[in-house]
Structures are given as structure tokens and as C-alpha cells.
Write a protein that binds this ligand. Structure first.
Ligand code: PLP
Length: 351
């Protein structure tokens, strides 16, 4: 007789950064935004009438789709929204990666991709980053069932140029290319304008990082009508109402507030550059970053020692015990004050 437990799913899930609770912690481990959401978003939250929760939300979150379409100068039929870009990408995997050929993504990248491959039985092949830990699009010129890569890449923070993205799309027209632009607002080139030319391009963005709404869970995909229709069909075959009424209101107000968005992104970029300079002075190699985090390695002190010592001081950064990056650390950019405290402690630890 076989055991019922043998019939259960066996999977190694994605492990997000720790969410420690406590007042005096400095949290630089999940690439969250140190600044609050737009005041317009907070106002929308306050104006939300709880009695409305009696009703189902609009099943396609039309209000938010329209706000997103307007922001990017796209048609609302080119927009898909769901509970965070993780959910958007999961739907996109189901909708776009149905070939028996392997999909391609970098060996060092967002570690959720391999988890979705396991969950959806998607064959995959990883492509090694070059010696400088950068994506070389020439390495993706081969038969595949699809391509997914973050731009800027995570956890390295380094971005591809417009030229490289065009080359990638030119050489790959027989499968879907997903560009995960979770960090694009911190200084990288966004491929949105390329949607006009490439119908097999899907761009995924999130409200979690540059719009300070990680706790609200809002993500979006931008693409051709054909791609969006297919992803919508998957969503409607799985859960008709992914986005709740509150998130629809808050996110719609957030994306309309361009001034606040620009101001906070610029502040983070300035703090990133300053922090990078200070870390270099202390003997760190700092990868060029166009994201809201820095990927670093020290020339003498092992990464895990720095990680553990900072944790004792209630400062949380990210350490990945993975091949090729065992001696590296990923540090989210916090406020100026948080980074000053971090730098002070790092100076002590490495001396
Ligand atoms: C943070 C992140 C996401 C997911 O963000 P959501 O909070 O689910 O919107 C997706 N891709 C990358 C590369 C990320 O870093």
C-alpha cells in the first residue's frame, strides 16, 4: 500500500528576505523603499469607504488598468494587473512558456524563476553571467521556449542598455521575452517604447519598490493585446478577482502622482551613489548599480561575517549562500540616516 504523503507536491519554495519585527531595526534586506507611499495614495486609502467591501471588485481592475495605460501612453488592452509582480510573472509563466523547449534566464538572477519552473514543470536552462557578472545578450541567441530576465538584474543591480535589449529582441522573435523591470525606475532604460515594435515582448513592473507599496501587493504587465489577452485568460481560469478594491484605489492614485515618484526615486539614487563611494573607500568592490540596492564584496573580510555582525547590531542586509556569490552582499538603499549608521558599523566590523 502506498502512503498518501507520496502523492503530495515536493517543492523547494522561494525564500524571501527576513521580515524581523522590532522597533530599532534597520531593514535593508528586501529592497523595500525607505520612504512612505505617495500622499495621494494615502489619501485614496483614507477616502475608501469600507462599506464597499460588501461587493466584489471589478474583475479586471479596470480603473487601475486605465491609470497604468495613461501613465505609459498605452491602450488599456495592453495592460494586465495583479497582486504583486510575483503573481503577474506566475500567470505569465503559465500563459507564455508552454513550449517543451527550455526557457532561458541568467544563472545569477531572481531566484523565484527556478521555483516557478519547478511549480509549472517548465524546462529551463541557465546562462552564466560573464566574468563581470553582466548579462551578454549574445549568449541568448539559441533555440528556446522563452526568455526571462530582470533589467536591472537582481541581485547584481547592473542593467542592460537599450542597444542590448534591441539586439535580444531582434535575435529572438519565435518566443516570448519577459523583461522584469522591478528596479527600472532607479536609473535603467525601460523597454516600454519597444512594445510598439515587438509583439512578443512582455514587460513586468511592480508598485513594491519605486512606489513604496510592497505591503499592498500590486504588479503589472505591459505587452501586446495578444499577450495580455492570454495572461488575462489564465487569470480568469484561476481566480476571477485577484486584486482587491482597496489596492485598486490606492495603486491608481499612486501611479498618477508623478512628482512624488520622481522625487523619491532621485533621493534613493543620490543616496546609492554616496553609499557606493563610501564603501569603495573601505575596500569593497561595488558593482555598478542602476537599482535601489548595491551588490558588494570586500577584499579581505568574508561576506557572511559582515552579514552576521550587522545582524547583531539589528541591521539586516541580504546574504545568498549560492554558487559564485558566496562572498557577496546585497544592501538595499535606505534613508541617508540609515546608510550613515550602516557605514559606521561596517567600518567597525572590517577594522
Ligand atoms: C521584488 C521583485 C519582484 C516582485 O515584486 P512584487 O512585490 O511581487 O511585485 C519581481 N522581480 C524581481 C526581480 C524583484 O526583485
Amino acid at each position: 500500500m502506498s502512503n498518501w504523503k507520496e502523492k503530495l507536491l515536493k517543492i523547494d519554495p522561494y525564500v524571501p528576505g527576513e521580515q524581523p519585527i522590532g522597533k530599532h531595526i534597520i531593514k535593508l534586506n528586501a529592497n523595500e523603499n525607505p520612504y512612505p507611499p505617495s500622499p495621494k495614495a494615502l489619501e485614496a486609502l483614507q477616502n475608501f469607504s469600507p462599506a464597499q467591501l460588501r461587493l466584489y471588485p471589478n474583475s479586471s481592475a479596470l480603473k487601475l488598468k486605465r491609470a497604468v495605460a495613461e501613465h505609459f501612453h498605452l491602450d488599456e488592452k495592453q495592460v494586465f494587473v495583479a497582486n504583486g509582480s510575483d503573481e503577474v510573472i506566475a500567470f505569465a509563466f503559465m500563459a507564455c512558456f508552454c513550449s517543451p523547449k527550455p526557457i532561458l534566464f541568467p544563472d545569477i538572477t531572481y531566484s523565484f524563476y527556478t521555483v516557478w519552473c519547478a511549480l509549472f514543470h517548465t524546462p529551463y536552462e541557465t546562462i552564466a553571467l560573464n566574468e563581470q557578472f553582466q548579462i551578454d545578450v549574445n549568449d541568448y541567441a539559441k533555440e528556446n521556449g522563452g526568455i526571462i530576465l530582470p533589467n536591472p538584474n537582481a541581485p547584481t543591480g547592473t542593467a542592460l542598455t537599450k542597444q542590448a535589449l534591441i539586439q535580444l529582441l531582434e535575435q529572438n522573435q519565435s518566443s516570448v521575452v519577459i523583461i522584469d523591470e522591478a528596479y527600472v525606475d532607479f536609473g535603467a532604460y525601460s523597454a516600454v517604447e519597444l512594445l510598439e515594435k515587438y509583439e512578443n515582448l512582455l514587460i513586468v513592473q511592480t508598485f513594491s519598490k519605486s512606489r513604496s507599496l510592497a505591503g499592498m501587493r500590486v504588479g503589472m504587465a505591459l505587452g501586446s493585446e495578444t499577450l495580455i489577452q492570454t495572461i488575462d485568460a489564465v487569470k480568469n481560469s484561476y481566480n476571477s478577482y485577484t486584486m482587491d478594491s482597496v489596492a485598486i484605489e490606492v495603486a491608481s492614485a499612486s501611479i498618477a502622482d508623478e512628482a512624488y515618484f520622481q522625487k523619491t526615486c532621485q533621493k534613493i539614487i543620490a543616496t546609492r551613489e554616496k553609499t557606493a563611494q563610501e564603501l569603495k573607500k573601505m575596500g569593497f568592490f561595488v558593482f555598478p548599480s542602476q537599482s535601489n540596492f548595491l551588490f558588494v564584496t570586500h577584499n579581505t573580510v568574508p561576506a557572511n561575517e559582515i552579514f552576521e555582525a550587522l545582524k547583531k547590531e539589528n541591521i539586516f542586509i541580504r546574504y545568498f549562500n549560492l554558487p559564485r556569490i558566496q562572498n557577496h552582499l546585497r544592501i538595499t538603499i535606505g534613508t541617508e540616516e540609515e546608510m550613515d549608521i550602516l557605514l559606521k558599523h561596517i567600518k567597525k566590523i572590517i577594522s
